[in-house]
Design a protein around this ligand. Structure first.
Ligand code: AMP
Ligand code: ZN
Length: 448
């Protein structure tokens, strides 16, 4: 059984797809800079969800979007477009910036062994669909025009406050001071922005007789409508998406189709670094490249992420990353051991593990149980498949020559030729191998 915490109902619910194929949408990155390790946590948690569904024999269609237009620096409708900002910073065109950071993101994605989505949807490939969507919402009476763009009238959607339990009256009162006058309600948002004369905005499309570009929230509703042709089973994102971005996605989708966007909504929490927010001013905006420079592989980081729960606030420290790395080395050595001696393993263990993870993706508990259970090589293969940790690939058998050295060392020990045994040990150390002497004979292990 798979139980997931559904933000829409605020409870743990049993998950079953509505049809044969599980339809999943993941809010993706805005591609204007490198992803930091906080940004990457979401894709790691959702990768576990995908892998778990796969192991449970579900067919999956997943769409991940890449935001290359329209996401302003603020969550509201003011400020610079993030892509324009990236282009100004780097002296490149917005399209060059987007291409560059899409590549960088996909490199991280692959380095983390994340299952590729069936569809990678680039926002600028859906502009015609965005325009159709705005037309549709307007036809259905959900929008109004201002000098600044086309706005969604949130008062027209009776359930607007429901998803995030918003206090709309409080929002309205709080916003009164800075209210521009043209916006009817504080929670209204742009579905299309007009480019004012003299305003610099390289990405522009003609709509309503003027140049403009889509509001950030629009792409997700449009892409889902276009790619799935109906509501989906699971929508994922970060907790910060709940009050604005996902609330607006739901409103737009309803205005376009009269339907509920998704049955399940999953949100992962933020990580802190040394108990502080990730921010440029603190100099803690680490990327995977920064971790590599300090001697940690993307798999060590994935191990760290999965050792906690997606809904918990996590505190990242390099000590805890070191612990994750050590744990992974320990697992690799247990894999090596399982290939050298017969392990008396419980044949029901994988089923037990799937039940643990099936309880709202409890990888933290699953890891603890793995730490304390004897496992066969076949079981390790399944575990590797389930978490995508490259455990088997990074645990190769030693060469025949090295194996011969291990045997020669044992011979020397038996003959009480300890000088020779120590010499061989040094040779093995240079090859990154150590030997543990056990009651079942010598067992080789990796040093790193
Ligand atoms: P940003 O580029 O900072 O707007 O972040 C993009 C997305 O990454 C956000 O919408 C969050 O969902 C996610 N994110 C940002 N910071 C963190 C963090 N510290 N921990 C987890 N997720 C984060
Ligand atoms: Zn989205």
């Amino acid at each position: 059984m798979l139980k997931l915490y559904n933000t829409a109902s605020h409870k743990l619910e049993e998950f079953k797809p509505a049809s044969e194929i599980v339809k999943i949408y993941t809010c993706g990155p805005t591609v204007y800079s490198y992803a930091h390790i906080g940004n990457l946590t979401a894709y790691i948690y959702w990768d576990l969800l995908i892998r778990l569904l796969r192991v449970n024999n579900y067919k999956i269609r997943r769409v991940l979007n890449l935001t290359d237009v329209g996401h302003l620096v603020s969550d509201g409708d003011e400020g610079e477009d993030k892509l324009e900002k990236g282009a100004a910073r780097e002296g490149k065109t917005v399209y060059e910036v987007a291409d560059f950071y899409i590549d960088a993101f996909m490199n991280d994605y692959r380095a983390l062994e994340l299952v590729e989505p069936e569809v990678l949807a680039r926002a600028t490939d859906y502009i015609d669909a965005d325009i159709d969507a705005v037309d549709k919402m307007t036809e259905n009476g959900f929008t109004y025009e201002t000098t600044d763009g086309v706005y969604f009238d949130t008062s027209k959607f009776a359930d607007y406050a429901k998803f995030a339990k918003l206090d709309l009256a409080g929002l309205q009162a709080g916003a009164r001071v800075e209210f521009s006058g043209e916006k009817r309600n504080a929670s209204d948002f742009a579905v299309w922005k007009f480019i004012q004369p003299g305003e610099k905005h390289a990405m522009r499309w003609d709509y309503l007789g003027r140049p403009g570009y889509p509001g950030w929230h629009l792409e997700c509703s449009t892409i889902i409508d276009k790619e799935f042709g109906g509501p989906i089973d699971i929508h994922t994102g970060g907790v910060d998406h709940i009050p604005v971005h996902h609330t607006n996605e739901i409103a737009q989708y309803f205005a376009m189709t009269g339907r509920e966007l998704s049955r399940f909504w999953l949100h992962c929490n933020f990580i802190m670094i040394n108990n502080e927010k990730i921010s440029k001013s603190l100099g803690n905006v680490y990327t995977l490249a920064d971790l590599r420079e300090r001697g940690f592989s993307p798999m060590d980081y994935k191990m760290w992420v999965l050792s906690g729960h997606y809904q918990g606030t996590r505190n990242f420290t390099f000590e805890s990353l070191e612990a994750a790395k050590t744990r992974r080395l320990n697992w690799r050595n247990r894999i090596a051991e399982s290939r050298q001696i017969e392990i008396d393993a419980d044949s029901g263990f994988i089923q037990h593990l799937l039940e643990i993870i099936g309880n709202n993706l409890n990888s933290a508990e699953a890891f603890a149980v793995i730490d304390n259970t004897e496992l066969s090589f076949e079981q390790w293969k399944k575990i590797d498949e389930l978490f995508g940790l490259k455990l088997i690939a990074d645990s190769p058998l030693i060469s025949e020559k090295t194996q011969a050295l291990v045997s020669a060392r044992e011979e020397a020990r038996k003959a009480r030729d300890f000088t020779r045994a120590d010499e061989i040990r040094d040779t093995l150390t240079a090859e990154g191998i150590t030997v543990k002497d056990t009651s079942r004979g010598p067992i080789w292990q990796y040093l790193a």
